[in-house]
Design a protein around this ligand. Structure first.
Ligand SMILES: C[S@@+](CC[C@H](N)C(=O)[O-])C[C@H]1O[C@@H](n2cnc3c(N)ncnc32)[C@H](O)[C@@H]1O
Length: 323
């Protein structure tokens, strides 16, 4: 690990008015071909996944997942009544540089870029699922494996944001590398904000079984399903941040939580579908004897539990100022 600027060296810059869009040479020559898709992606049980070697991120990156992430963005914005908690609004209005690490389809960047037109939003993701042509002028997306280094110079950004990256890195990567590397590209006085899911409370027995299976699978590949609670300590341990603050919100899930609760339930359901290919592989390897049909049946049954048990999820934000 460490800073690796080789990807950016391979890149060509294409002028789009005042902004620059960075496109790798490989992307330029093979963008529309099947070969590009075959190399970039792999397909398991009808779902499309990234194809990076040694990257253990196990959620798909296909249209269904892109739709889910867009929907989840608006769900979270409604729950929080904001897109961020850091005290950075004034700077965003005046114009500053913002980085979204693991931006996915770019929902957060696109929304923020529309509100804060004087600021520039840079999104990085291992899967090129963000918009490449039709997007606000103040957004720049780039394909990048974060563990190879963020392809930006030290002290470039006023605000760095990360959301739902808990399945992406193992505990050691979070602790020793990821937060430090994001801190490196932050300017002194800039803010780092990390948003995550924390807990599910009042789970019915079937939902609990499904979530336990997911936790077991994550632990098997070194992920800590409870990483959200530790992020503040990891930020503190870098000695890079001060004024570290924690906030949380509850997402009532199911129709007992009204319209938002319905959306949250759909999001969970789609997420359970999204992890199914990886989970079935884990189930097969662990000899647990749960079939694909059993899993579908459990998913269908747990839907009724949300209202019965008044299930809710806790989502949190950590943010701190770079020294
Ligand atoms: C759960 S999604 C969250 C996306 C986005 N932050 C959001 O809130 O909608 C996690 C994202 O992290 C990306 N990712 C996972 N591992 C990565 C890595 N090592 N480097 C860059 N991106 C990564 C995935 O491709 C995926 O888009």
């Amino acid at each position: 690990m460490g800073t690796n600027n080789s990807k950016i060296n391979h890149a060509k810059r294409k002028s789009t008015d005042n902004n620059y869009q960075i496109i790798s040479t490989e992307q330029l020559s093979a963008k529309t071909s099947d070969e590009f898709n075959t190399k970039k992606f792999k397909y398991i049980e009808g779902r499309r996944f990234h194809n990076w070697p040694d990257v253990h991120y196990d959620l798909p990156n296909d249209e269904t997942e892109i739709d889910r992430l867009h929907l989840e963005h608006f769900l979270l914005r409604d729950v929080w009544q904001s897109n961020f908690s850091s005290p950075i609004h004034e700077q965003l209005v005046s114009g500053c540089n913002v980085l979204d690490v693991g931006c996915g389809p770019g929902a957060w960047c696109l929304d923020m870029a529309t509100t804060y037109k004087n600021s520039k939003f840079y999104g990085l993701d291992i899967s090129p699922i963000f918009p490449s042509e039709i997007k606000p002028k103040n957004t720049i997306f780039q394909e990048c494996q974060i563990l190879d280094g963020i392809p930006h110079k030290d002290q470039t950004f006023d605000f760095c944001h990360m959301r739902f990256m808990f399945p992406s890195f193992d505990e050691n990567q979070w602790r020793t590398y990821v937060i430090k590397e994001v801190g490196r590209v932050l300017k002194p006085g800039g803010y780092l904000e990390i948003a995550e899911y924390k807990l599910c409370e009042n789970c019915g027995p079937i939902l609990k079984r499904l979530l336990d299976l997911r936790c077991e699978m994550m632990s098997n590949i070194g992920r800590n399903p409870n990483i959200a609670s530790l992020l503040g300590d990891f930020m503190r341990d870098t000695d890079l941040f001060e004024d570290i603050i924690y906030e949380e919100k509850i997402i009532e899930t199911g129709s007992w939580g009204g319209k938002l609760g319905e959306v949250a339930k759909d999001d969970i359901f789609t997420r359970m579908h999204a992890i199914k290919p990886a989970l079935m592989n884990h189930i097969k390897c662990s000899g647990l004897g749960i079939t694909s049909e059993d899993y579908d049946e459990m998913m269908n049954q747990c839907i009724d539990e949300f209202n019965e048990y008044k299930t809710y999820f806790v989502t949190c934000r950590w943010y701190g100022k770079k020294l």
